[in-house]
Design a protein around this ligand. Structure first.
Ligand SMILES: Nc1nc2c(ncn2[C@@H]2O[C@H](COP(=O)(O)OP(=O)(O)O)[C@@H](O)[C@H]2O)c(=O)[nH]1
Ligand SMILES: [Mg+2]
Length: 343
């Protein structure tokens, strides 16, 4: 899972990247993009750490990828610049609201660039298919089926629309799998504002376009974070900064991913693990170690909320809330799991 930090040049992408990951943007990597990790905020994790006092703490992390950004001046270079974000699972578009332009127009324009990039890929393939299907080739039926699958997608894109609310059938999934179409990715808009105030009308207009919006004065918050500890509070007060956006932003990004968190806790280590929503217990086991999936016997499961509320595993058992689950159990967000296995 990798979240692409995307948008136009100068909107604060690298600033956001540094605030969220703590990693300084490396100028030598500016062209190909730069990877970093951010910790997913989770009160349950802190509760478990307090309870077990473990030797090691491993919170859940998500991978962020700072990208070079699109050019306003040379839009014709943008489809190529977008190549670097195709590998992203989801997109976080940073909008430079502090620059004083129209944030809504900036979102619309960026989405247009995404649509054009997807259209270019689909149209190129269609052109190729039309040529090949006209020849007496043995796989002609297959080519025609692919062509038929792609034509409605091209039509949608050439009308200027994204593919977010288009339902793909099996053939369309198959025909587009290798392209990682940008306008099918989950997309969050991050308004990088001047100060702690937000223009509710602007937020509403972007939400009406179909995007989740989070906002915060991220540039200012990075400045504060870089000050010596004792100067931070006063500077923040002078700048009218109320609170920090970091946790809110990372939580919103995490929600975008469709992953859940499960936990394994004892005195040695409290570990928060990410797992694709809807996964089975055996997949959770495999996330921890391949041996646990291979030799899976059963999972012993309780909810972290129950554990924290009742105070111990013993109490959870006494309350009848400790469960034995098989391979096919669908892991829930906030499960505390012990995998029993034999290899
Ligand atoms: N005033 C202000 N400046 C910012 C903010 N965020 C970024 N900047 C500045 O805008 C410039 C571009 O930021 P950068 O993060 O490199 O943008 P990128 O091209 O999207 O990676 C830098 O000089 C930043 O210091 C902000 O929230 N407020
Ligand atoms: Mg940058």
């Amino acid at each position: 899972m990798r979240i692409g930090i995307v948008g136009y040049q100068g909107t604060g992408k690298s600033t956001v990247f540094e605030l969220l990951t703590g990693a300084k943007p490396d100028l030598s990597k500016a062209h190909q993009g730069q990877a970093g990790v951010t910790i997913v905020p989770d009160d349950r994790f802190h509760g478990l750490v307090k309870m077990f006092q473990p030797k090691k703490e491993t919170p859940a992390k998500i991978d962020l990828f700072d990208t070079p950004g699109l050019s306003r001046g040379e839009p014709q270079s943008n489809p190529q610049r977008l190549g670097v974000i195709r590998e992203s699972t989801a997109l976080v578009q940073v909008v430079g609201a502090f620059l004083g332009g129209d944030p809504v127009a900036e979102v619309e324009s960026f989405v247009e660039d995404l649509v054009l990039a997807d259209l270019q890929i689909i149209s190129n393939r269609i052109e190729r298919l039309k040529k090949d299907a006209a020849k007496p080739v043995p796989n002609r039926d297959q080519l025609k089926a692919e062509l038929e699958a792609l034509l409605p997608i091209e039509e949608r894109l050439s009308g200027g629309a994204t593919l977010h609310d288009m339902t793909f059938d099996e053939n369309q999934e198959k025909a587009t799998r290798s392209y990682s179409l940008l306008t099918r990715k989950r997309h969050l808009v991050l308004l990088n504002t001047t100060d702690s105030s937000v223009d509710a009308a602007v937020v509403k207009r972007i939400e009406d376009l179909g995007y989740i919006v989070v906002s915060g004065p991220l540039g200012l918050e990075l400045e504060v974070a870089q000050l010596p500890e004792e100067e931070r509070e006063e500077f923040a007060r002078e700048m009218g900064l109320t609170g920090s956006s970091k946790e809110r932003v990372v939580t919103a990004i995490f929600r975008l991913t469709d992953y859940i968190t499960f936990f394994t806790s004892d005195e040695k280590e409290v570990h928060a693990w990410l797992l694709k929503r809807g996964s089975h217990a055996v997949e959770a086991a495999g996330t921890i170690h391949s041996d646990l999936a291979r030799g899976f016997i059963r999972a012993e499961v309780m909810s972290v909320d129950d554990l924290l509320r009742l105070g111990s595993e013993k109490e959870v058992k006494a309350a009848g809330l400790y469960r034995i689950e098989g391979k096919d159990y669908i892991v829930q967000d906030g499960d505390e799991i012990v995998v029993r296995f034999s290899v």
